[in-house]
Design a protein. Structure first.
Ligand SMILES: Nc1ncnc2c1ncn2[C@@H]1O[C@H](COP(=O)(O)OP(=O)(O)OP(=O)(O)O)[C@@H](O)[C@H]1O
Ligand SMILES: [Mg+2]
Length: 268
C-alpha cells in the first residue's frame, strides 16, 4: 500500500479546482430522478459530509463518484478525469452494510481486493499480507484477524469493512453511513478511529466524503458539510466547520454550527 511515512502530509489543501468536481450532475434511474442537478467540489485535504434525508440520493452520488453508475447529465470529474478513468487516483467505497464473506476470516476478507486485483485466489504476496495486518492493527482488530464474521460484533464487522476498503490504498475514501447501524458509543469510538487514521498521514488518503444522517456526526467529523435537499438531492447549503480536533460538543462554537446545520437541513 506504500504506507506513507508518518509526518509526510499529503493532505494539505491544494489551490486547485478540486479533487472531485460535480458540475450540474443529474442521476436518474429510469423515470426516477435520484439526485441533482447538483454542483460541488471537494478539495485535496478535505473531509466532507453529505447530509440529507433518507432516499434523497446520497448513496447514488457516492456510487457515481466511484464510477459504479453513470450520470444522466452534467459533468463529474476525479482529478480532472471521468470517474473510473482517473488512473492516478484510486477511489475506495465503503458501503452501508459490511458485506463480509462469511466463510473467510477477517484477514482473508481484508485481502480480498488484492486477490481480485491479481486474479490469484488465496495467494497474496508477503507485502500485501503485512499491509493487511497493519490495517487490522489500525482498526483495532489484531486479536480477531483469524475470526470469522459471525464471531465479530456489528462494530467489528464495520471496522473490518473499513480495513478492506483501505486495503486498495485509496486517494479518495467514500463512506456510506459507515457506522450508521451501530449504537452511539460504538459509533463515536469508530469515528474517532477513522479520524485518527485520516489525520495520521499513514495512508495516501487525500479526501474523505462521508454520507451521514446525523447532524452531530457531520459537525464532529467534517471540514465542510454539504446539506442536501430531499430527492432528487440538490445542494441546500454548505456549512464550513472551522474547529480543531478533537471537537467538543459542549463547546459554544460546536453548538452554534450544529444550530446552523440543523436550520439548513430542516424540511421546508
Ligand atoms: N439501482 C437503482 N435502481 C433504481 N432506483 C434506484 C437505484 N438506486 C437508488 N434508486 C432510487 O434512487 C433514489 C435515491 O436512492 P439512494 O439510495 O441514493 O438514497 P439515499 O439518500 O442513499 O437513501 P438512504 O439514506 O435511505 O440510504 C431512491 O428513490 C431510490 O429508490
Ligand atoms: Mg444510502
Amino acid at each position: 500500500m506504500n504506507l506513507r511515512a508518518v509526518g509526510l502530509d499529503s493532505r494539505a489543501p491544494q489551490p486547485d479546482a478540486g479533487l472531485v468536481v460535480a458540475d450540474n450532475v443529474v442521476i436518474r434511474f429510469g423515470d426516477v430522478d435520484a439526485a441533482g442537478p447538483i454542483s460541488f467540489s471537494v478539495m485535496s485535504g478535505e473531509f466532507i459530509s453529505l447530509l440529507g434525508p433518507s432516499g434523497c440520493g446520497k448513496s447514488s452520488l457516492l456510487r457515481a463518484i466511484a464510477g459504479l453508475i453513470p450520470i444522466a447529465s452534467g459533468r463529474l470529474s476525479i482529478a480532472g478525469q471521468p470517474p473510473g478513468e482517473a488512473a492516478a487516483m484510486r477511489v475506495g467505497l465503503m458501503f452501508q452494510k459490511p458485506l463480509l464473506l462469511p466463510w473467510r476470516t477477517t484477514l482473508q476478507n481484508i485481502v480480498l481486493p488484492a486477490e481480485i486485483a491479481t486474479g490469484s485466489s488465496g495467494a497474496i504476496d508477503r507485502s500485501e499480507r503485512s499491509q493487511a495486518l497493519e490495517l487490522v492493527r489500525m482498526v483495532g482488530l489484531s486479536e480477531f484477524a483469524d475470526a470469522y464474521p459471525h464471531q465479530l460484533s456489528g462494530g467489528m464487522q464495520q471496522r473490518a469493512a473499513l480495513a478492506r476498503t483501505l486495503m486498495s490504498d485509496p486517494d479518495i475514501l467514500l463512506l456510506d453511513e459507515p457506522f450508521g447501524a451501530l449504537d452511539e458509543f460504538t459509533r463515536e469510538a469508530l469515528n474517532e478511529k477513522l479520524l485518527s487514521i485520516w489525520k495520521s498521514g499513514a495512508t495516501r488518503l487525500k479526501a474523505v466524503i462521508m454520507v451521514t444522517h446525523s447532524i452531530p456526526e457531520a459537525v464532529a467529523m467534517s471540514d465542510r458539510i454539504l446539506v442536501l435537499s430531499s430527492r432528487p438531492a440538490r445542494l441546500l447549503e454548505v456549512v464550513p466547520v472551522r474547529l480543531s480536533h478533537p471537537r467538543d460538543p459542549a463547546n459554544a462554537d460546536f453548538a452554534r454550527i450544529l444550530g446552523v446545520t440543523r436550520a439548513a437541513a430542516r424540511p421546508s
